[in-house]
Structure formats: C-alpha cells, structure tokens
Design a protein around this ligand. Structure first.
Ligand code: ADP
Length: 303
C-alpha cells in the first residue's frame, strides 16, 4: 500500500475575454472547478493504477472540503487520515484564463497551510500498513521533515517530489529520502546551478546523491527522465505522445513510479511506468481526469 501526505486543492477556473481592472466587474464566459493539489493528484495516480492508496492531509470545513473528500473516495482512496479543519477554508487556486491563453493565479493554501506535526500522528498509524510514503512541498516543510523521519524509523520507503521548487531543503532531510524526483527547475534550485544539458544533469544528480539521497530521478519533460543511484545511472526514454496539456505530468510520473515499486517491480521497470504515466497525463486536459488507468498503462508496457 501507498500513503500520500500532502496537499489537496480545488482549482476554480474562470474564463474571461480579458482580466478585470482593479475595482472593475466584468462578465466571464465559463467557470469550472477541478480537484487538484500535488498530494491529491499523486494519490489519484496510484489509486487509478490499482494500488491500495491512503491520503493524509487537511481540507477546510467548507463545501469545497466535502467535495474534495468525496472525489478522493470515488477513486477508492482511503481518507480516514484526513482532518476537516473547521475554522479554515479548503486549499484553493483561483485561476483566471484570458481568451488569449494568458492566466493569472492566486493560490490560497487554507487547510494545507495548517498541517503540522499533529497530523503526523494520524499518518503514523497508516505508515504501519504501508510500504511507500509520497511527499511533496505544498504543505509546511516542518511537517514533511517529521513525516520523513517517522517513515524512516518504520522502514517505509520515502519518495519526495521537491515541488514547488523550494528555496532550500535542510541538509538533514536528504538522508531520510530514498527517492527524490525534481524536474529541471527544481533540481537547479536544490543544487544552485542551472540544470540544462547532460553534463549539468549528471552533476546535479551526483550532488543530490552525495547529500544522502539513495535514488535521484530528474524529470526532463518531453525528453523523458534521468536517474542515478550509487551504482548506476542512465536516461529514461520518453514515451511518444501528442501532448496537449502538461498539467499533472510530474504527479503522473511520480504516481507511475510509486505504483510500480509497490507492485514489487524493479527500479528500471518503475522508471518506465513513470515515463508512460507522465506522458499519458499530457494527452488530456487537467490532472486527475487525465491520469491513466492500469489497463491503458499495461497495454503500453507490453508493446
Ligand atoms: P513537471 O510536470 O514536474 O514539470 P515534467 O514536465 O518533466 O514534470 O514531466 C514529468 C514526466 O512526464 C517527464 O519526466 C516525462 O517522462 C513525462 N512527460 C512530460 N511531458 C512529456 C511529453 N511532452 N512527451 C512525453 N513525455 C512527457
């Protein structure tokens, strides 16, 4: 089983011919709500791939919180570790999209921002039943650190997606991480130099290994990925797709790797799963709806 400890948001997306001026009211053309948050997306990814999945986090005491929980349950995700934080709003992203395609976004962490060490007490009970913990950085870093420490104590594999790109991760966190999965921008933030070509990709992976991580996977968008361990390294070929919307690709990749490892597959096989799931996530709009199911991935694997 897999447990995700992280963020859950509702994206509220308004389409408008143009952005309003301060103080101005205008009429938009469309509105949709889309469940998201990196934590929730990764949980949906592993659940859709048929793995038993737990989500631990917080929603607000509002109707959005109830909707977000219901949504997780439609994917058969266990939500017993979710706290309803009564005096706070659920995490939301208010997104305005102009007809031109330009967008402006306000993210309000809400309940996600209140996550602290008390939430790790709920997580601990679930860690006893799981073999893999997925973390990201959309909840307070302190909570992520305590969660990683607990997982390590219990022998649970820790996979950290250092996204959104942090200013800095404390050095003490790295040895608690089994698998770190930055994209190029995030890798650059972590190592302090641009990560662009083969040389700098390898150098960044090397530095992250030296900090104490066991497996480094750098996500390279349409170029696939690069991985390195103490003993081996190499590129992971991208799966050829017609990408239309890359939102959620990184979460799909992580979900694919995690699901494969939870099935007992090797790292090499898991990387292939990550690349396939990441690629497929770009072929449809949105994140959670675009994430592929097990059947689709298995068909591609066998080809
Ligand atoms: P993030 O969403 O975190 O920025 P990436 O854009 O690197 O991450 O995408 C994650 C993974 O999804 C990549 O490592 C790659 O395997 C796959 N992927 C993303 N975009 C494409 C694409 N256009 N074609 C094929 N694979 C893709």
């Amino acid at each position: 089983s897999i447990v995700v400890f992280g963020s859950i948001n509702m994206d509220m997306i308004a389409q408008t011919p143009r952005f309003p001026q301060p103080g101005e009211t205008i009429t938009g053309t469309h509105f949709i709500t889309l469940p998201g948050g990196k934590g929730a997306n990764q949980a949906v990814a592993t659940a859709k791939l048929g793995r038993s999945t737990y989500f631990v986090g917080r929603v607000g005491g509002d109707s959005l919180g109830r909707d977000l929980l219901k949504k997780l349950e439609t994917f058969d995700i266990n939500t017993q570790g979710v706290l309803i934080d009564k005096n706070t709003s659920s995490g939301v992203a208010m997104i305005t999209v102009e007809t031109s395609g330009e967008n402006s976004i306000i993210v309000i962490p809400g309940a996600n921002g209140n996550i602290n060490e008390s939430d790790v007490i709920r997580l601990e009970k679930i860690l006893l039943k799981t073999s893999l913990l997925l973390l990201q950085l959309e909840i307070p870093l302190k909570a992520v650190e305590i969660a990683a420490l607990e997982a390590k104590k219990l022998g649970v594999t820790v996979m950290l997606d250092p996204a959104p790109a942090p200013e800095k991760i404390p050095d003490s966190l790295y040895p608690l991480i089994d698998i770190i999965t930055p994209n190029q921008t995030e890798a650059a933030k972590l190592v302090g130099f641009p990560v662009s070509d083969t040389e700098t990709i390898k150098k960044a992976a090397e530095e992250l290994l030296q900090k104490g991580v066991k497996i480094v996977i750098i996500k390279l968008g349409q170029k696939g990925a690069f991985y390195a361990t103490e003993n081996e390294e190499g590129f992971v070929a991208p799966t050829a797709v017609k990408a239309i919307d890359t939102v959620g690709a990184g979460d799909g990749f992580n979900g694919g790797v995690a699901a494969a490892l939870d099935r007992g597959l090797s790292l090499k096989e898991a990387l292939k799963w990550g690349a396939i799931v990441g690629a497929l996530t770009t072929t449809e709009e949105g994140a959670q709806t675009a994430l592929p199911d097990l059947e689709t991935v298995e068909q591609l694997i066998n080809n």
